[in-house]
Write a new protein. Structure first.
Length: 182
């Protein structure tokens, strides 16, 4: 069970995700979280860096699909602006939306990576599907009260997983914002 909470890789942000590494692993489809991964929570603006990153990923041949627990209006706005399909009310970590995303992407779970900022929705959901999971740090600290509670739980779980040798120290440092520490 705990295994399902272990991300395959960790990066400080979406912009740091090593797309070459994903290609080498045979990944062709990316399921992208919206809030605090592609854009700041509750902010309607598409960050220019996100736009550039999406273009770069597309140019490298990746197929993308936004899969978010947010409401349809918000997901649609980002999906249209970025020119990628979007699934709203995903209820991650429930598998249904991930299955739908695979249909849209036309990829198998083995060829698909989930990129998101939350352990209990993005990483857990992706791992349950047998996908490659990429945990990124949230773009902003502006979050729902319930999400903040989850953050505290996330930290405790990750600490536990590091102690048990299930999460790499290196990944833990990235998550704690101390990637540069020796
Ligand atoms: Mg998120």
């Amino acid at each position: 069970m705990l295994r399902l909470l272990v991300p395959d890789s960790c990066y400080p942000s979406l912009y740091d995700v090593d797309l070459d590494e994903l290609s080498r692993r045979g990944i062709r489809g990316l399921i992208l979280d919206l809030d605090n991964t592609l854009a700041e929570y509750a902010n309607a603006a598409v960050p220019p860096r996100t736009r550039a990153w999406v273009q770069e990923a597309k140019a490298r041949g990746f197929r993308l699909c936004i899969t978010s627990n947010a409401r349809p209006q918000r997901v649609k706005a980002f999906a249209e602006s970025l020119g990628v399909p979007g699934i709203a009310y995903a209820v991650k970590p429930v598998r249904r939306a991930f299955r739908r995303a695979l249909e849209i992407l036309g990829t198998t779970p083995q060829e698909t990576a989930v990129v998101g900022d939350q352990l209990f929705t993005d990483v857990l959901g992706g791992n349950r599907m047998g996908m490659y999971t990429v945990l990124v740090n949230p773009l902003s600290t502006n979050e729902l009260g319930t999400t903040r509670l989850m953050r505290r739980l996330e930290r405790r779980v990750l600490r536990h997983l590091v102690r048990r040798g299930m999460v790499r120290e290196e990944h833990w440092r990235v998550r704690e914002g101390r990637a540069g520490d020796a």
